[in-house]
Design a protein around this ligand. Structure first.
Ligand code: SAM
Ligand code: SF4
Length: 319
């Protein structure tokens, strides 16, 4: 068995969402997967086992909104029994999190990322289409109290939408011991009119933070994780992270693969190229599944963000 360096799988368990963030807009999609089109849990487990045999160490559950997938905890439990894995994590919009956080921890999830782009109630409603800021905020604090190893807050900074909240986010993270990661928004060219939103670069965000906190001390990135770079703020305890999807070219060091909930394995968020694992799985053709996975390993280095297809559907790909 040939080991590979792609140690991190983002596993999208469902393509539906209970939010409709204006930069993602799942409601504009014209097709959501039927139950029989989605991979079953045994099918997902079988792909995860296979990838773990090749060296995958970290599985992140994502979506759509992963907590909408019925019986998700059963899947988490089954995947947590794969002994080669070192970390299970989950990315969520937080709406349903408070009722899940203890059970997720008990089933083996170590890290939770909550996506939250504003700390203002009305802005939150405009962004997501749902009046649920308080609920997400309290879920986030509750999950921290539940004793998860790592709780992170992912925040996309968009000019003239939330760029006046950067220092509020830093202060929020320090007060509650939650790592805040500032993410550069990138245009997905999906059906929504995302072209009218403009990202603020990591350098611009750092400058605003430096003006208040002084020098940012680089700590580096985490093992088997994504491309976030972490920094220490003088006199503060909790790290701050940056994901510079637009201004940095980290594709050469990318360790991530992506599996959609209907079984398509992508070497890159930006590649139209993928292999369909569902068909050979349902034909019980394990050799074909492994051959297709090896094809993706081999081809991964050919794909990067310059091969962006016409439209990325983040709610299908899992971010
Ligand atoms: N629904 C869950 C959530 O929002 O956390 C998981 C799926 S969501 C697609 C995963 C991540 O992708 C979120 O953190 C979201 O903010 C991010 N995302 C979506 N569209 C994006 C874009 N155009 N640029 C950068 N990040 C994006
Ligand atoms: Fe849903 Fe996440 Fe997309 Fe927002 S970013 S609409 S929460 S999938």
């Amino acid at each position: 068995m040939k080991f590979h360096p792609y140690t991190y799988l983002r596993l999208s368990v469902i393509d539906q969402c209970n939010f409709n963030c204006f930069y993602c807009r799942p409601s504009l999609r014209n097709h959501f997967l039927r139950d029989d089109e989605r991979l079953s849990f045994p099918e997902m487990l079988s792909i995860v086992r296979c990838l773990a045999d090749y060296g995958t160490k970290h599985i992140r559950f994502t979506g759509g909104e992963p907590l909408l997938r019925a019986h998700l905890l059963d899947l988490v439990q089954e995947i947590s029994s794969v002994k080669e894995l070192e970390c299970l994590s989950l990315t969520t919009n937080g709406l349903l999190l408070s009722s899940f956080c203890r059970a997720l921890k008990d089933k083996g999830v170590k890290k939770i990322n909550v996506s939250l782009d504003t700390l203002k109630k009305e802005r939150f409603r405009r962004l997501t289409g749902v009046d649920a800021f308080e609920k997400v905020r309290s879920s986030l604090l509750r999950v921290k109290q539940a004793g998860l190893e790592v709780v992170k807050l992912n925040c996309i900074i968009i000019k003239d939408f939330n760029d006046d909240e950067i220092l509020d986010f830093v202060a929020f993270g320090q007060t509650h011991g939650i790592e805040v990661r500032f993410i550069e928004y990138f245009q997905t060219q999906a059906r929504c009119d995302a072209s009218s939103f403009v990202y603020l670069s990591t350098d611009e965000v750092k400058e605003i933070i430096r003006n208040k906190y002084g020098t940012l001390e680089l700590l580096g990135s985490d093992c088997h994780a994504g491309p976030a770079q972490y920094y220490h703020l003088k006199g503060e305890e909790t790290r701050v992270g940056f994901i510079s999807s637009v201004t940095e070219f980290f594709c050469g060091a990318c360790n991530r693969l992506r599996l959609t909930s209907d079984g398509k394995l992508y070497p890159c968020l930006h590649s139209a190229y993928h292999v369909d694992l569902r068909k050979p799985l349902r034909e019980n053709d394990g050799a074909r599944v492994r051959a297709l996975i090896e094809e993706v390993f081999f081809d991964k280095k050919l794909y990067n963000k310059f091969y962006c297809p016409e439209s990325i559907e983040m709610s299908r790909m899992g971010g």
